[in-house]
Design a protein around this ligand. Sequence first.
Ligand code: GUN
Ligand code: FE
Length: 442
Amino acid sequence: MLAGMKAYRAAILSFDPESGSPRYEADGLLLTVPGAAGPGSPRVVRAVGPFHELIRDYPGLAVEHLPDRLIAPGFVDLHVHYPQTDVIGSPAEGLLPWLERYTFPHEARFHDPSYAAGVAEFFLDELQRHGVTTALTFCTSHPQSVDALMRAARPRGLRLIAGKCLQDRHCPDGVRDATEQSLLDSEALIARWHGVGRLGYAITPRFAPSCTDAQLQGAGELAARHPGVWIQSHVAENLDEIRWVRELYPADRSYLSVYQRFGLLRERALYAHCLHLDAGDRALLRESGAAAAVCPTSNFFLGSGCFDFDLAARAGFRHGLASDVGGGTSFSPFKTMLSAYEAGRASFTGGGPAKAGVSLAPGRLWWLHTAGAARALGLEGLVGNLVPGAEADFIVLDPQATPLLARRTRQAASLDELLFALIVLGDERVVESTVAAGSVVD
Ligand code: GUN
Ligand code: FE
């Protein structure tokens, strides 16, 4: 019964699987056990509960005591570009000039597998330092950029989902791919990496303007043949981009419906940004089961607009938080949660009429970056939460990591106040350790 069991005593944060409300054990016990699939399968959570109650069932169990620490689910980053690790902080006049001036030239370097391998290791170190244990990431158009990342991620036990960018037009030599070969490469990468350990593949049309009809058609067919594989792309981020899409696809009702026409809206399809949607688009997201990856630090940095959390919740489509590095300005889920709060408060939209702000509750912000994000990925109950049967991805947080945090969290009178102090003041200094599927990875 106790063979292979690990036990941790600390304060524990998890989420009610039905309502998504935060649950808190001030003096809790987390029990993890080896995965049922044998050696190499992810460790899983056996139980979470009040220490004094739960420990009675396990006399003699060795417990790792972490006084004054908070155990929380590992964060889930729904949209990030590993090749843009070195593009962070490149200023431009909005999305399209930023892509032309910095991003495409930089991504051309990933033609070189050893360059890609070096960035992959650095990127994964960053995820772990910031407490991210699941990420959906773009690679570049070079298949070797996917191989480099997957090879680096495999031994770390992270749940990493990634894919080769599809972009056969409107981008420069060095990053533009060839339609037919790009689809063959994607299919070969699915066969090589999807479902290997915790790795997954995502079919990755960069965005509608960078893909011909033939490439989007092929991507949709590939997605239909591989229903367990993810899809990732961008939509409705920037007003110039949207005007361009209207010129390129005059017959489609909206930017989002271009993807629908090619069979690219379904469960496990994640669309970054979703800023400038109308009611028809929101209904389409809900009905198709596709989800929005909300990237507030990127949206502020590039001046793209603010995601409407209120309309998203009312429309009932899945959404969660993402860093979007390098349009985003930080790998830190704390920075992203704070930025999401600020986006909710903002009473302006990207060029649209003023709207009333919302104050997202701290527990909701945290859910959107853990259990809610897992739900958007179709991995609810498996990652992003500490519930029996979930993979044992968790972080150990030190709420006293800085003098100001120590002072502020000491005065927190409720869970909401504690979580909000961490969201506003926290960064990687708070993340004492990151445990992916039960093995310490930093
Ligand atoms: N749209 C197409 N490509 C990109 C990208 O790399 N970053 C962002 N933020 N938007 C995009
Ligand atoms: Fe992006």
